[in-house]
Design a protein around this ligand. Structure first.
Ligand SMILES: NC(=O)c1ccc[n+]([C@@H]2O[C@H](COP(=O)([O-])OP(=O)(O)OC[C@H]3O[C@@H](n4cnc5c(N)ncnc54)[C@H](OP(=O)(O)O)[C@@H]3O)[C@@H](O)[C@H]2O)c1
Length: 289
């Protein structure tokens, strides 16, 4: 499995964070609407253990999933964690009784969220924390300074190793970088949703990872006749082709596809080795343009 080493430019902690380019997004493990426990508790644990057995060293999560359910499943399935495993979490949104995702970005919300993530995951330090901005409809403009500085303060206290931003505009990414180094940006991006094309290329030049969420389309899985045609030609599944395209799109892209199924997880990891010809790429590129 290929790896991406992210060199951390300066900052309070320096060193290397190395993860497999193929990671796993744990959001789908919670119950329907990402609320409550999974219908199949043991099945959810099996997916997490399979991810690690397959060699994945990057798991994406948040206390907002469930809420708390996903983090507690990760702890139950995988604690004590292998040194090679890096769990990336995010703070900045909470859940309401209707299953909404209201923002929670006041300094006191963020401090509480970091401590709750540490407790639910059973960790003393969080490897990477993303500040989740915007709302369920996408990024929203506005300064992130107060919220991001709060996380930098928690980083200085030793509770967080590395920082990132999520659901962010290009201006917010630049603002965060003017305050402290970031190792990743986690935004919505896939074959059909290519708003961040320019940002991805800029981040690649800076050695910052770009982690697309909804790589398979999220709650509305990708559907495209061009994708199906390429997949049929390669005797692969459309999901595998969508993931292989992301891996080819830019060397700084790290994948975190979600699934609640061991079979889908194996299928997706297997598809990561798929090689796409220039003709395949040209056809796939037209989908989101
Ligand atoms: N920062 C943010 O604001 C934010 C927002 C959303 C998500 N995220 C992160 O991004 C991760 C990925 O997003 P996501 O899980 O929502 O969406 P996704 O990876 O685009 O798609 C997941 C969906 O695809 C299905 N699927 C996966 N593999 C499949 C296969 N081989 N064949 C058929 N269907 C398949 C899954 O169903 P099955 O369960 O049936 O396989 C699930 O419904 C999340 O887990 C989360 O960690 C972050």
């Amino acid at each position: 499995m290929s790896t991406l080493s992210i060199s951390l430019p300066g900052g309070i902690w320096t060193g290397d964070l190395t993860v497999t380019r193929f990671g796993y997004g744990a959001m789908q493990l919670a119950g329907p609407g990402v609320m409550g426990p999974p219908a199949d508790h043991d099945g959810a644990l099996a997916v997490l253990r399979e991810a690690v057995d397959l060699g994945i060293t990057h798991i994406d999560t948040a206390d907002a999933y469930g809420p708390r359910v996903t983090n507690q499943l990760i702890r139950e399935a995988l604690h004590p964690y292998a040194d090679s495993l890096h769990i990336v979490t995010k703070v900045g949104a909470t859940r309401d009784e209707q299953g909404g995702w209201p923002p929670a970005r006041r300094p006191e919300d963020l401090r509480r969220a970091v401590h709750e993530n540490l407790e639910n995951l059973g960790l003393e330090t969080l490897d990477v924390v993303n500040l989740r901005l915007g709302d369920a409809q996408g990024p929203r403009p506005g300064s992130l300074a107060e919220a991001f500085e709060t996380l930098v303060d928690l980083q200085r206290q030793g509770l967080i190793r590395h920082l990132g931003v999520s659901n962010a505009t290009a201006e917010q990414v630049a603002e965060a970088r003017s305050i402290a180094p970031i190792v990743c940006v986690q935004n919505m991006y896939n074959l059909a949703h290519r708003h961040d094309d320019e940002l991805i290329d800029e981040l690649a030049e800076q050695g910052i990872a770009y982690v697309p969420f909804f790589p398979l389309g999220g709650f509305s899985p990708l559907q495209s006749s061009a994708l199906s045609a390429v997949a049929a030609r390669l005797r692969a599944t459309p999901m595998s082709v969508a993931l292989a395209w992301l891996l080819r799109r830019s060397p700084n892209i790290l994948l975190i596809p979600g699934t609640s199924s061991v079979a889908h997880l194996r299928e997706n990891v297997g598809g990561a080795g798929l090689s796409l010809s220039d003709e395949d790429l040209a056809e796939l590129d037209k989908i989101g343009r």
